[in-house]
Design a protein around this ligand. Structure first.
Ligand code: GRF
Length: 201
């Protein structure tokens, strides 16, 4: 299945997706970043995947940036759009255009801790559990139907760094698995529900 991956930074999730791409039947047609310095662009180049940089700073509005972004995406006619650490809030129009085929990974057990700096906020809130969620993207930030989650226990000695590292290990396993469900045609969005093999998740 043809896909596009959007990133903003290091791209460790992108790397995991690249490493699993044959096994999960994903053909990554391009990687797009809104930051030219994103290390993930190097990872894509190394894997011979075309890259694009589209800086949001060049645009006077969110809508104009999103329009330019979808112009690039649509050149590839992708069946799946994967947000792998893409740190941009997307306009409603953009999310509607790709409804049911755009997945995001978020480093918390949603609906807890939407937004930024989740690891730090989790530690400050003295939570005992943390983790990762993968969801369909809808116009509400980090609020689309949840597809899968993986949790990690929090220890008293945990720091933002140690927790980031442990959650990322889970992210790298979970995202390829969920993408595979999608490429196999097993995962769908119906109304406001994520469905796997015809059953609500
Ligand atoms: C991950 O924690 C992801 O869940 C979040 O941003 C981070 C991206 O990390 N949305 P990387 O760029 O994949 O290493």
């Amino acid at each position: 299945m043809n896909g596009i991956v959007l990133i903003s930074g290091n791209g460790s999730n992108l790397q995991s997706i690249i490493d699993h791409s044959t096994a999960i039947d994903l053909d990554i047609k391009a990687v797009i970043s809104n930051h030219s310095s994103a290390y993930g662009l190097k990872r894509a180049e190394h894997a011979n995947i075309p890259t694009h940089t589209l800086s949001h700073k060049q645009f006077s509005s969110r809508e104009k940036f999103d329009q330019a972004l979808s112009n690039i995406i649509n050149q590839y006619n992708p069946e799946i759009i994967i947000l792998a650490g893409f740190m941009r809030i997307l306009s409603a129009k953009f999310t509607h255009q790709y409804s049911g085929k755009m997945l995001n990974i978020h480093p918390s057990l949603l609906p807890k801790f939407p937004g930024l700096n989740t690891h730090q906020r989790v530690i400050e809130s003295k939570e005992r559990q943390h983790g990762v969620s993968i969801h369909f993207v809808t116009e509400q930030l980090d609020r689309g139907p949840i597809i899968a989650q993986a949790s990690v226990d929090i220890c008293d000695t945990d720091t933002t760094e140690s927790l980031t590292e442990r959650v990322l290990l889970e992210e790298h396993k979970l995202f390829p698995k969920v993408i595979h469900w999608f490429t196999q045609g097993r995962l769908k969005l119906k109304g406001n529900h994520a469905m796997l093999d015809g059953k609500v998740l």
